[in-house]
Design a protein around this ligand. Structure first.
Ligand code: FMN
Length: 229
């Protein structure tokens, strides 16, 4: 089949678009507003975009009321947000924190989650989550869109502190992903969790593999620190 989004119909019972770019990791984003009130919400339009320095983004569409989502407003107002890993064990809590509630409602309380203080930024971390990034807000890219929910705010933040639970590692020092079972969004109402892994290296270049690993130290040891050309 073939269709042009927004121009020609797909003629399917459900829109297939979100089921094509999968799985999408979940940015479970905690923020505070200027009054210090806590906010927590999941965003599957989430990704790391580079690693040296590490930068992540989450993309929020507008609320069903046409207003900007609290996570965006708060990150812009305070300059900070925290990413919390969403795991299979936390799936119901993740879902509960997606409810569209007013800014004075604390989604940590809705989902029965515990706040852990961050070290550098003010938004709390989800204590039950095994991995957290403390992020400093960088910028928002505003994308026009259709209808009430279509307009989108893509929020970029630099990861300035990383917390990983001590028991989240394998004996070889790598994160035990199969133990943590991070969840990710598929299309429709579907999710997946990581239950199998395979490994591959790029042939021929250890520098390329340092990039694949995301290791600034190994890349610098191989290439040195060079200014961009
Ligand atoms: C798993 C999951 C992923 C979601 N991903 C997004 C997303 O990428 N962008 C978005 O605008 N809303 C997304 N939502 C909906 C938001 O979580 C929801 O609108 C939430 O109320 C936003 O909260 P806020 O206004 O406190 O920021 C998602 C919901 C779920 C359950």
């Amino acid at each position: 089949m073939y269709y042009e989004p927004g121009r020609t119909p797909h003629n399917l019972p459900h829109d297939p678009f979100k089921s094509c770019v999968i799985p999408r990791p979940i940015g479970w984003i905690s923020t505070i507003d200027e009054a210090g009130r806590h906010n927590l919400a999941p965003f599957s339009q989430f990704q790391n975009v580079t690693f040296d320095p590490p930068i992540v983004l989450f993309c929020a569409n507008q609320r069903t009321t046409g207003k900007r989502k609290d996570s965006v407003t708060n990150a812009e107002a305070t300059g900070e947000f925290v990413w919390n890993m969403a795991t299979y064990a936390l799936r119901e809590a993740v879902n509960l924190t997606a409810q569209e509630v007013p800014p004075d409602v604390d989604e940590f309380e809705i989902a029965g989650l515990t706040k852990a203080p961050s070290r550098i930024v003010r938004p709390a971390r989800v204590a039950e989550s095994p991995i957290h990034f403390e992020c400093r807000y960088l910028q928002t890219v505003r994308l026009p869109g259709n209808g009430v929910m279509g307009p989108a705010n893509v929020v970029f933040g630099q990861v300035i502190a990383i917390h990983i639970a001590d028991d989240a590692f394998r004996s070889d020092g790598c994160i035990d992903v199969l133990k943590l079972r991070p969840i990710a969004r598929l299309g429709y109402y579907d999710y997946t969790s990581i239950e199998s892994i395979f490994s591959m290296r790029i042939p021929g270049s250890e520098a390329m593999n340092a990039g694949l690993e995301g290791s600034s130290e190994k890349a610098a040891a191989i290439l040195g620190r060079r200014a961009p050309v």
